[in-house]
Design a protein. Structure first.
Lengths: 327, 396
């Protein structure tokens, strides 16, 4: 991509491919610091994930980037230009899907999409085609005459998305678009975002659902308390931590001695047994599962089910901050 | 901007709750007032009353008696004051009154004066028209007795005065005692004030249109406002569209409400309908500006703003006299004792607007009220602009 991200001194340097470049962004609400010298460099053509628990500053960062909120320090450049409330040419190239559904309840699905598209595209024939494409994209064609009040939560979210993307912008910001959405609609939304990205659109995706971010994002920035705590691909982030995998073994007759032996294994970080299931957190290593199972076999423990889980972004967050993403 | 304006109109027109309070509710209330106050019209109308005339010997010796009764009974239905029932004695007259065929009887007493006896039922009537007619009859009879007494006095003291035609004319004339004059542009309508107060309240209720319209255009007031603020549309156009759409809708709703009050319910504006509609345009400008000001206040949820709007409209309407005679007296009291405070009540100003149209010959009071409403509107709008001028916010 040709960009340079200097995490050592906490600043992001602009490269030719930066879609969004944020340097040292500070936002305070009275004594509370919402953004604490946040740096961000979103590359053109990527899906960039902003991951963090509720209240970590994701939406505040987005609103500062979009020049809706004032900020105390820092700079924001979007698609190569400084972003201000009157950057109309720039705004024309940006689409936003806000966290809260923001549509007119008095207009039909089609009228809503057409209206929001009309704020960006004046030519009616072109707009008509764009509205049709947006309807197809979110799968709301059969609901085009419905008012929002008649739609389910998932369909409403899809309408919210359609209103943000209909004008086919170069950069789309999705702010927690899957909150309170059923799994089917969630998958449809995530697939849609990937299709948009495949067509060349740069995407910023904020969420506190690590599975979603891991599933679709090229790079992920983990935030907490308004600060960047880690940045990289999902694999790079997982590689940053010492935890390798978590092994769960269903067993009803594990002795205290056997549990002690498990804890003594070289790669094991800790092990817990509740009388039904043994849970072992391991460090990095290629033979953790074999080593644990071999030991249990030698101790003649009766084994029910076995499961091994690779480290998740929650583990990354847990190791860095000492708490889970959903705490 | 045009598309935004049209969409704003469309969305406001489809907000059933808002339209109900701004247009349907005033019409329903007007229907209620119509039912309550329709009898008030009779307070200013006479109605022919059946009266027995005792044509006994005293009557027959009075040369002016039949002339008086003929004058009172002259005219058609409801323009004549009495429908005479001639009887020969007081006893027959009392029978007629007791049977309900007459409200009283007219006779000449022992002193030779006209006397009108009215039944208790008729004297204590709650029928405004009957009450007014009896009052007029009493005045006419008193006047006739006074004329007769005056003539007798002149005849006894200066009989030669009767040779002067001017003296005779002045005795027969009412000019010395009463003078007919017109104080108002049109005939008074006692119920009209209530309808005007109702229009004042409805006008204030219409500010809810501007409140919702502005809230949906401002990033710090609603998610919808935030989304629209991100579009490449200059903010002043967005806000102007919202304001104009709210104003137009308020004017349309008020015009319909006024039309219903004017035509089916027959509330008059003295043939000055054009002035009434022009006044409505200014009044709704004021209410839309007030709504924009309310709507622009940050950190108060939309629902609370609408509740404040309803409460404010109801209280302002109280001092405009909407809720009956006590409220009307209260409004008049505040007007007398604290005219500045009363003048600042937008509902009273709107009410006054129609009052000016109906009663004053000159348009000057109307134009003064229009000017006052316009000034209020500009003041509210200026505050709204100050509140709405920000493009970036501390909080969302």
């Amino acid at each position: 991509m040709g960009n340079t991200v200097n995490l050592m001194d906490g600043t992001a340097a602009e490269s030719a491919s930066s879609a969004v470049l944020v340097n040292g962004l500070v936002k305070r609400y009275g004594d509370m610091v919402a953004l604490d010298y946040l740096d961000l460099d979103v590359h053109e053509g990527e899906i960039f994930g902003l991951l963090g628990p509720n209240g970590s500053g994701k939406s505040t960062a987005i609103n500062c980037i979009l020049a809706l909120l004032t900020y105390d320090a820092g700079s924001v450049r979007v698609l190569g230009d400084a972003m201000t409330p009157t950057s109309y040419a720039l705004k024309r190239r940006i689409g936003v899907v806000p966290q809260n559904v923001a549509v007119f309840n008095e207009l039909s699905v089609e009228q809503n999409i057409d209206y929001f598209c009309s704020l960006y595209v004046k030519e009616k024939p072109r707009r008509k085609a764009l509205v049709e494409e947006a309807l197809d994209f979110v799968g709301l064609r059969e609901f085009r005459r419905f008012r929002p009040g008649k739609l389910s939560g998932g369909l409403l979210r899809r309408l919210n998305i359609a209103c943000g993307i209909a004008h086919q912008p170069d950069l789309i910001i999705f702010d927690e678009p899957t909150v309170a959405v059923d799994p089917q609609s969630r998958n449809a939304i995530l697939e849609g975002i990937q299709r948009l990205n495949a067509a060349g659109t740069t995407v910023i995706y904020t969420s506190h659902y690590m599975e979603e971010v891991e599933q679709i994002c090229d790079r992920i920035l983990i935030m907490d308390h308004g600060r960047q705590i880690a940045l990289g691909t999902a694999q790079e982030l997982k590689d940053m931590i010492s935890i390798g995998e978590q092994i769960s073994v269903g067993t009803l007759d594990l002795s205290e001695r056997a549990l002690g032996d498990v804890r003594q294994l070289a790669a094991v970080i800790d092990a817990h047994y509740d009388g039904k299931e043994l849970v072992v957190r391991c460090g990095r290593g290629e033979h953790n599962l074999i080593d644990v199972l071999g030991l249990l076999e030698r101790e003649h423990a009766t084994i029910g089910h076995i499961a091994s889980r690779a480290p998740t972004l929650n583990d990354v967050f847990l190791e860095i901050t000492g708490k889970g993403l959903r705490d | 901007m045009w598309t935004t304006f049209l969409v704003q109109i469309k969305t406001l027109a489809r907000q059933r709750g808002t339209i109900f309070w701004v247009m349907v509710f005033p019409i329903l209330l007007a229907g209620l007032l119509y039912g309550m106050f329709s009898s008030l019209d009779k307070a200013y109308v006479t109605e022919t009353q059946s009266v027995a005339v005792v044509q006994d010997s005293a009557w027959n010796t009075n040369e002016q008696a039949d002339a008086l009764v003929d004058a009172l009974a002259r005219g058609g239905k409801n323009t004549a004051l009495i429908a005479r029932h001639d009887v020969e004695s007081t006893a027959q007259a009392i029978d007629l009154v007791n049977s309900g065929e007459a409200i009283g009887y007219l006779s000449i007493d022992s002193a030779g004066e006209f006397s009108l006896a009215i039944s208790d039922n008729a004297a204590n009537t709650s029928d405004y028209a009957r009450e007014l007619t009896i009052s007029v009859l009493n005045n006419a009879i008193t006047r006739a007795n006074e004329s007769r007494s005056l003539s007798s006095s002149i005849g006894e003291s200066r009989p030669q005065a009767f040779t002067n035609p001017k003296v005779i004319a002045s005795i027969a004339s009412n000019d010395a005692f009463t003078r007919e004059t017109t104080l108002t542009h049109t005939k008074p309508d006692p119920a009209a004030r209530y309808y005007y107060a109702l229009l004042g309240m409805a006008c204030l209720m219409s500010m809810s249109l501007a409140i919702t319209s502005i809230a949906s255009s401002q990033a710090n007031l609603s998610p919808l406002g935030a989304r629209r603020a991100l579009a490449p549309l200059p903010k002043h156009r967005l806000v102007l569209s919202a304001f104009l759409a709210a104003w137009l809708m308020a004017f349309a709703c008020m015009s319909i409400a006024f039309f219903v009050i004017r035509v089916p319910f027959g509330v008059r504006v003295g043939g000055r309908e054009t002035a009434a509609f022009a006044g409505l345009a200014v009044a709704t400008f004021m209410s839309s500006a007030l709504g924009s000001m309310f709507g622009a206040i940050p950190r108060i949820p939309l629902g609370q703003k609408l509740s404040i709007c309803s409460a404010f409209s109801s209280i302002a309407a109280l001092f405009a006299g909407l809720y009956g005679e006590p409220a009307m007296k209260l409004g008049d009291f505040v007007q007398r004792e604290a005219p500045v405070l009363s003048g600042l009540n937008p509902a009273r100003q709107v009410s006054l607007l129609f009052y000016d149209i109906l009663y004053y010959d000159s348009y000057a009071p109307y134009l003064r009220t229009v000017g006052m409403l316009a000034a209020m509107g500009l003041f509210f709008l200026a505050i709204a602009i100050i509140l709405l001028r920000r493009q970036r916010y501390e909080y969302l």
